[in-house]
Design a protein around this ligand. Structure first.
Ligand code: ATP
Ligand code: MG
Length: 230
């Protein structure tokens, strides 16, 4: 029985590799060097598939992958609700923030009830955030390089992921509001968990043990909710 794990290259792959290793799984190719999108591992029955970060939930939802690793930011924008999210892996940690150009008085704009233009890749999360604050905003969907939008007058503010803040600083922007902390989650296809439980369970256990060792908080009671003995 083959287990397919969907993940994106770059930071998610880099930060997942130690967790995979803890589960005894090592990729036979380096996704940064290889053009292969299906990576075999030292376990003949475990495959890794390399997809766009935002496509991970789709592959898992349709069962093209049994397991996926995806940022909370991605999961919040994804429609499907039929994904198990048993583990917060506490990797690829950053914060979803509102940022504006240095010198822009965000607080004053809010006080005055100004209708702000906000550029973001995270339209769903941004809409919910501003609605909860009863702020009227016009959202502009972008697919990347959000930092540019306030600099060229496309938007007053952006909603983006921030870790060190160096990119904001380099572009003369400042963070003015935190929306939520972000980390990556392990997601599982529901049917796969039922049918392939025997093969998936050891991977889940190893991931959660590795997460525990790193002092990472486990999300909820995995064992209870999915009848997995840890
Ligand atoms: P793509 O490159 O396909 O457009 P992406 O830019 O979202 O997608 P990555 O930059 O690899 O892809 O980000 C993958 C995940 O890593 C994000 O979904 C998010 O959860 C997390 N992430 C993004 N930026 C940061 C950051 N600066 N620090 C830490 N984690 C981050
Ligand atoms: Mg990126």
């Amino acid at each position: 029985m083959t287990i397919t794990i969907a993940l994106s290259k770059g930071r998610i792959f880099d930060e997942t590799a130690p967790l995979l290793k803890a589960a005894g799984i090592v990729a036979l190719d380096d996704p940064e060097k290889s053009r292969k999108l299906i990576l075999k591992t030292n376990h003949s029955n475990v495959w890794l598939i390399i997809v766009r970060a935002s496509d991970v939930p789709t592959y898992v939802q349709y069962g093209a992958a049994d397991i996926g690793i995806a940022g909370k930011d991605v999961l919040l924008e994804h429609d499907g609700t039929e994904l198990y999210q048993p583990l917060d892996l506490n990797i690829a940690c950053c914060r979803m923030m509102v940022a504006v150009k240095k010198g822009f008085d965000y607080a004053a704009a809010i006080r005055q009830g100004a209708r702000l233009r906000v550029a973001t890749k995270y339209v769903h999360t941004a809409r919910e955030h501003f609605a909860a604050k009863s702020m009227h905003v016009d959202l502009i969907k972008l697919y990347g390089s959000m930092e540019l939008a306030p600099l060229v007058g496309l938007a007053d503010a952006i909603v983006d992921l921030v870790s060190s803040g160096d990119t904001l600083k380099a572009n003369n922007l400042k963070a003015v509001e935190e929306i939520m902390p972000i980390s990556s989650r392990l997601i599982i296809n529901q049917a796969a968990l039922k049918v392939k439980r025997k093969a998936i369970q050891p991977i889940l256990i190893a991931f959660s043990e590795a997460a525990k060792k790193n002092g990472m908080p486990l999300q909820k009671k995995i064992s209870e909710r999915w009848d997995i003995s840890l």
